[in-house]
Design a protein around this ligand. Structure first.
Ligand code: GAP
Length: 456
């Protein structure tokens, strides 16, 4: 008997079938940890990033958008601590030379690796005689630096080394002075950016959850040290509001997790993650960290440029403290897809649909002529399509296959409404039918009332 597909396998296959996400470099057998977004995937992703930018930048007076270069001076990464410490614990299968995340192997053996030192991990590997997933002995646990190294320019020596940024955050810290000098903001204020980051993950896995080329949306928000707590709490709430109100995630699938001292990144004095119930378990979705004055101090020291702030009111000069809300775009998209993926029975048949919030759905409304070969239906449908396009972003025209097939296709990509132009529309001026994705029910609506009916 064929093995039943897991929910995750179903999501991956829908994403490929419907043009959301494809394996990176697929025709060459793929490149592990990379994924390419197709037309619906890129629109869904853009909808997520636009909602984020709108909430956290455009509608606020205290945020400054930045788009920094991915390649940065190597000293940025020395100052930030990434050259010395951006690593994951790794073991090597001594027979096959394959490498595995030591903490993941421990977890699979029922051991919680949180807060363990390398020595402690090594001790557990020896005591429990843990083997590689291929059943062979493994090496000692070592640290593996996850930055992708490259050289800038024709000279390939130590002085030309650069890295593909492993976080977008540093592009914000190095622009702190530029923003102060050009915009003269008063504390508190933040710098925000959306962009790619790269991590040479030892074991990329779970589709777009753990990848080597990822996209982040990050804010570095600068405050007076005494204002840390209230700002931290506000952002915690804002993050949750974004997940629930903007992306439409189910609140009961979101968990706030305080990160213990031993597991926090080196720069953080306090971290709280929002974890999510993915199909493969409860895992980190996004984070909030209190980075104190760590980064600005480090960059002041390493660059020799003063990154302090002068407070005109108190006449004091000091290095502001920083709160960092950070979001992984791929993980948000996977959470959205996972919550939206639904199966039900309609007319005795199993149907698959994405119950996406209209705010994120790549197509908000699809317009159909009932039949493809009737010019009067096509003409009217085109007219309605063009009318809706004026006010609504994400309107599609679909005359391919029979109406049932079109509904299935739109259901699978999560289109909330399908509008059909039939003979009554044209001959009796009876309006159009609007079908609701979630209920499958249809209603007649007058064309002049259609845009406001769709309320998008
Ligand atoms: N600037 C802080 C920072 O980068 P992080 O916890 O390492 O913190 C932030 O990463 C977010 O980026 C995570 O919460 C997650 O959403 C996303 N992320 C990190 N590594 C990832 C990976 N390998 N694949 C996909 N998303 C990742």
């Amino acid at each position: 008997m064929a093995k039943e597909e897991t929910k995750m396998e179903k999501i991956i296959s829908l994403c490929k079938r419907r043009g959301f996400v494809f394996q990176g470099s697929e025709i060459y057998g793929g490149l592990a940890g990379t994924w390419d977004y197709g037309p619906y995937g890129v629109t869904l992703k853009n909808n997520i990033t636009s909602l984020w930018w709108n909430r956290f930048v455009d509608t606020r007076d205290d945020m400054y958008g930045v788009d920094a270069a991915i390649l940065m001076h190597q000293n940025v990464w020395k100052a930030s601590g990434h050259v010395g410490g951006f690593s994951d614990p790794l073991v090597t299968d001594v027979k096959t030379n394959k490498r595995f995340r030591a903490d993941h192997l421990l977890e699979e053996m029922g051991v919680d690796p949180k807060g363990m030192t390398l020595e402690q991990m090594n001790a557990v590997f020896k005591e429990k005689k843990i083997k590689s997933p291929d059943g062979n002995d493994v090496s000692d646990v070592k640290q593996f630096n996850m930055m992708f190294k490259t050289n800038v320019g024709a000279l390939q020596d130590d002085s030309s080394i650069s890295y593909l940024r492993p976080e977008t955050a540093q592009g914000l810290f190095v622009n702190f002075k530029n923003i102060i000098d050009t915009f003269h903001p008063k504390l508190p204020f933040g710098l925000a950016q959306i962009g790619k980051a790269f991590r040479n993950e030892i074991a990329p896995r779970d589709f777009i959850f753990r990848v080597r080329e990822l996209e982040q949306m990050e804010i570095e928000y600068f405050v007076k040290p005494e204002d840390y707590k209230k700002t931290f709490d506000k952002f915690l709430q804002e993050q949750k509001d974004f997940l629930i109100n903007d992306l439409g995630l189910d609140a009961s699938h979101i968990h706030e997790v305080e990160i213990p001292d031993a597991d926090r990144a080196h720069y953080s004095k306090r971290s709280v993650d929002h974890e999510f119930d993915f199909p493969f378990g409860q895992k980190e979705l996004l984070g909030l960290a209190y980075r104190t004055d760590f980064d600005l101090k480090q960059h002041t020291e390493h660059s020799g440029t003063d990154l302090s702030y002068y407070d005109e009111e108190t006449k004091e000069r000091f290095i502001p403290h920083c709160i960092e809300p950070t979001f992984g775009v791929g993980r948000l998209m996977l959470a959205v897809l996972s919550d939206a993926y639904t199966e039900d029975i309609i007319d005795g048949e199993t149907r698959v649909y994405l119950k996406l919030s209209p705010k994120v759905a790549p197509v908000k409304v699809a317009v159909f002529p009932l039949l493809k070969n009737k010019p009067m239906l096509i003409e009217k449908a085109q007219e309605v399509y063009k009318m809706l396009k004026k006010d609504i972003k994400g309107v599609a025209f679909d005359d391919n296959g029979n109406i049932g097939k079109r509904y299935r296709r739109q259901d699978e990509i999560g289109t909330p409404y399908c509008v059909t132009i039939d003979f009554d529309t044209v001959e009796k001026d009876a309006g159009v039918t609007v079908r609701n994705r979630d209920t499958g029910k249809q209603e007649r609506v007058k064309i002049e009332e259609l845009t406001s009916y769709l309320k998008i």
